[in-house]
Each structure stands twice: as structure tokens, then as C-alpha cells.
Write a protein that binds this ligand. Structure first.
Ligand SMILES: [Mg+2]
Length: 390
């Protein structure tokens, strides 16, 4: 299973958006029980033995209802059993045979079960949220549930979140439910954060899919059942069985001096090829506005030339590779831009030859759409680049 450890670093992210049921609160089990009771009772009443199959807590729950807005979940399951009933309206009585009526009956069953069992939380999630707050992160609870506010109040955790976007707010704003990313994007907007600077934490396949569709910087899948592989397939960058695997904070309090640590670094690398990626905008862009003859440029050029002699060096940029190359003026470096193109060194080197002529052409997949601003290389692009080097 693809599991891992992660430190959520405040230098990379500003906010963490948490799904509620199954991530913060143990209410996913109560929801599952309420769904099963609803559909089993309903299918039983239909009295059609040919199509009757009890609601499956593993298969039907994950495929049709988990993480989705309530009525969307009812519609998805009912359609899967080839049953066609009217949508109805949100105020339909719980015994009315409409999508909304069944949805309201489900809510009634959920409330009864919640009353009986109370709200329990995942302590490891609460600890992580507290750690995030101490480290200056903003946090949000993002849930399709219309009971979200009631549940976090009952669990006494409302103050842990800077904002909340739930089923009620979602309906008022006319947001499309998961797997569309609207609800998470609304939370990011309320926190005044770019999606790329937010982490999404989700246990539902539809929620993970929404996180990826929204372009969030990191999507963490929490595997509460046996669906680690599916969470990965839906796009989770990392899957953990519990959030005790995640911590918040800086990776290093103080970085050791790289030159003084040269021996240790080489020892760790153990003879493997070293590839250095430099970001033109954040590291080298001071070259751009300065006269090329300037001392600063000459020193940087010396360092780059020396690096390129010993290692494979890539310069990644928002700009076109030709532009960056014309500024840096060092041939033995790979230049990669945001337009899907990659410039290769003019001069073949011993390093190139030893790589058996592997192609470096267009490893990027982030060509901007016409009329849109170019974006930085994304995770997939860099992964593709690394894969092309292996
Ligand atoms: Mg959930």
C-alpha cells in the first residue's frame, strides 16, 4: 500500500482543508448505517425480488454515497438499481417516494443514530489541527453534510477552524458537490489562499477527486477502510491510514551548511547521478534585469558552469526556454519552460552519452491554454522529468 510520512511545511502551504465525516469525526460509520437502513427498508418495500439486493456497505457506500451531497447520493444509488422516481422538492416528507423524500428519511435516521451514539472524533486529527494552528496554518472544515455545524459544535471543536463550508452553505451558494471542487475552492477563497497553497485532507474517493480537480497543492487520502489503492488512483498525493502519520512544522530548524556537508551529501548519494533543478524565477531571476557584464552575473555564471560540468543541471522557468537560455548563456544546461518545450544543451557531454541517448524532449505537460497566464511547472511535470532521467 502506498503509505508515507509527511511534514506539512508552512513554507510551502498556508492552509489545510479538512473533510469532516471520516476525517475529523467518526460519523462516517453512523452515515453508513443510516444509508443501509434507508435503502434496505426502501428496497424491501418495493417488493421486487428480482432487483432486490441489500445495500452493500463496502461497494454501494463507496461508489454512490460517500462524500457526496445527500440527494446526489440517493439519486446515484437509486439509478444504479434501475429505479426511476421523481426528484421531488427539499421539503418532501421522509415517507414520500422521491429522491428528496428518501434523502430526508436518511437524515432522520442519521439524527436518531447520532443522538443514540454521540459524536466521537479522531484524536490524531485533532492533535494535527492543533499542531497546524500552533505553526500558523489556517484551517477549514469542508463537508457536504448539512449537519456539519451541529456536529462540530456537539464535538466542541468549532474554534479549531478559521472557516467552514458545509452542505447548507453549499446549497445557499449553489455550489456543485464533490467530486467537483467547488466546495473546497470556496473554503480557499474564504481563507484568501491560492488552491496551490492549500492541503486537502479527505477519506472519500469523491473528495480526493475534487481536491485534484481543484488544483490543490497537496491532497492527502485517509484510508479508513480498504481503499488505499483507489484513493491513489483518484489522485491522492499521499495515502495514510491515520493522520498520526502527518505532522506540521518546518522540515529543518536550521539547514546545515551545504559546502561543509559536501562529504556527507556525496556519501548519501552513493555514486548515483546528481540532477540539480534550479528555479529561474526564485533563484536566478536577478540575472535578468542586471547588465550582463555585472559582477553578480559573472559569479553566478561561474557557479552554474562549474555545476553543469559536474552534474546535470535543469533550469525551470515560467518563461520560454529560449529566453532563459539567452539570459543565462550557458550551453551545457537543460532549460525547461511552461510552454511544453524543453531546451537541450548544445554540446553533447560525457553525461549525456552515458544516458544512452534518452530523450529530454517535451517532458512537461503544462502548456498554458490560449489567453491564460503561464503557470509554474507542476508536480506531474517534475515527476515526468524525473522519470525521463531514470
Ligand atoms: Mg468523508
Amino acid at each position: 500500500m502506498a503509505t508515507g510520512r509527511l511534514t506539512i511545511n508552512p513554507e510551502l502551504y498556508d492552509a489545510v482543508l479538512f473533510d469532516m465525516d471520516g476525517v475529523i469525526t467518526r460519523t462516517a460509520e453512523i452515515h453508513a448505517d443510516a444509508w443501509k437502513q434507508l435503502f434496505d427498508e426502501y428496497l424491501d418495500k418495493k417488493k421486487n425480488p428480482a432487483s432486490y439486493r441489500p445495500f452493500d456497505l463496502k461497494d454501494d457506500y463507496v461508489k454512490h454515497v460517500d462524500g457526496k451531497p445527500r440527494n446526489k447520493g440517493v439519486q446515484s444509488f437509486i439509478t444504479s438499481r434501475n429505479i426511476d422516481i421523481p426528484y421531488g422538492s427539499v421539503n418532501d416528507a421522509p415517507d414520500k417516494e422521491t429522491i428528496c423524500g428518501l434523502g430526508n428519511r436518511k437524515n432522520q435516521l442519521f439524527s436518531q443514530l447520532l443522538e443514540k451514539e454521540g459524536v466521537k472524533v479522531y484524536e490524531s486529527t485533532i492533535e494535527l489541527i492543533q499542531q497546524l494552528k500552533k505553526n500558523g496554518f489556517m484551517t477549514a472544515v469542508v463537508s457536504s453534510s448539512k449537519n456539519c455545524h451541529r456536529i462540530i459544535k456537539a464535538a466542541n471543536i468549532e474554534s479549531l477552524f478559521d472557516t467552514r463550508v458545509d452542505g447548507v452553505i453549499s446549497e445557499t451558494l449553489g455550489l456543485t458537490g464533490k467530486p467537483e471542487p467547488d466546495i473546497f475552492l470556496e473554503a480557499a477563497k474564504r481563507l484568501d489562499c491560492d488552491a496551490a497553497k492549500c492541503v486537502v485532507v479527505e477519506d472519500a474517493l469523491s473528495g480526493v477527486e475534487a481536491g485534484r480537480k481543484g488544483g490543490f497543492g497537496m491532497v492527502i487520502g485517509v484510508n479508513r477502510g480498504d481503499q488505499a489503492k483507489l484513493l491513489k488512483e483518484k489522485g491522492a498525493h499521499l495515502v495514510v491510514n491515520d493522520l498520526c502519520k502527518i505532522r506540521a512544522g518546518r522540515l529543518f530548524k536550521t539547514l546545515p551548511h551545504a559546502v561543509k556537508s559536501y562529504g556527507r551529501i556525496m556519501d548519501k548519494i552513493g555514486g548515483k547521478e546528481i540532477v540539480i533543478f534550479l528555479n529561474y524565477e526564485s533563484i536566478l531571476s536577478h540575472i535578468d534585469p542586471l547588465p550582463e557584464e555585472g559582477l553578480f552575473y559573472q559569479n553566478i555564471a561561474k557557479i552554474l558552469t562549474s555545476l553543469a560540468r559536474q552534474f546535470t543541471v535543469f533550469i525551470l522557468s515560467r518563461k520560454r526556454p529560449e529566453h532563459v537560455k539567452s539570459r543565462v548563456k550557458i550551453d551545457n544546461i537543460y532549460y525547461a519552460g511552461c510552454d511544453g518545450s524543453a531546451g537541450t544543451p548544445n554540446n553533447a557531454t560525457t553525461k549525456d552519452a552515458s544516458r544512452n541517448e534518452k530523450s529530454y524532449e517535451s517532458p512537461f505537460s503544462f502548456a498554458p491554454k490560449a489567453g491564460t497566464a503561464p503557470s509554474m511547472p507542476n508536480r506531474e511535470s517534475v515527476d515526468a522529468l524525473i522519470n525521463s532521467l531514470q
